[in-house]
Write a protein that binds this ligand. Structure first.
Ligand code: FAD
Length: 123
């Protein structure tokens, strides 16, 4: 029996969040820490590969981002900065203090059944 539920969603919930911190981890990788009262009711699926939809200011389309950490009311996302793109161009600038929308927390990881779990195909 799998430890994690398959393709679980926390309904079509939406949360507003504020960018608390922006760290430039490398030339093309930015770490964003989101927080604020709007995230108080955020519900994690608890699934290891959990991702959320991110809608940045002035946009209505979401882009998916993997949850790096959800702890103490703060949600951490790592954004790869490409040459162009809705989130790319926003995250490349000074976005601290901006308000974003987070939606659709989901996860799909499903631990294979059986005593060998993930390692059953490793030789
Ligand atoms: C389940 C899931 C989880 C994800 N988690 C993350 C995550 O944690 N961090 C992260 O950075 N991305 C993640 N992605 C990928 C991210 O959603 C896409 O890269 C997204 O399109 C980026 O949005 P954008 O607005 O910057 O670019 P868009 O407006 O969507 O795209 C515009 C242009 O950006 C360039 N571009 C976009 N994506 C890529 C790419 N992957 N490689 C090369 N060029 C690209 C292309 O030139 C594209 O035409 C995830 C995707 C999925 C499905």
């Amino acid at each position: 029996m799998s430890t994690y539920p398959r393709a679980v969603t926390t309904r079509a919930a939406q949360y507003t969040a504020t960018v608390l911190r922006r760290e430039q981890l490398s030339d093309h990788l930015v770490r964003l820490t989101l927080g604020g009262d709007g995230l108080a009711d955020f519900t994690s699926t608890g699934i290891p590969d959990e991702w959320v939809g991110l809608v940045v200011p002035g946009q209505f389309q979401s882009r998916y981002y993997t949850v790096r950490r959800w702890s103490g009311g703060e949600l951490v996302l790592d954004v790869v900065v490409h040459e162009s793109g809705l989130v790319t161009e926003w995250a490349a600038g000074d976005c601290v203090g901006d308000e974003v929308v987070i939606n659709e927390a989901k996860g799909s990881f499903d631990l294979p059944e059986g005593p060998d779990g993930c390692c059953s195909s490793v030789t």
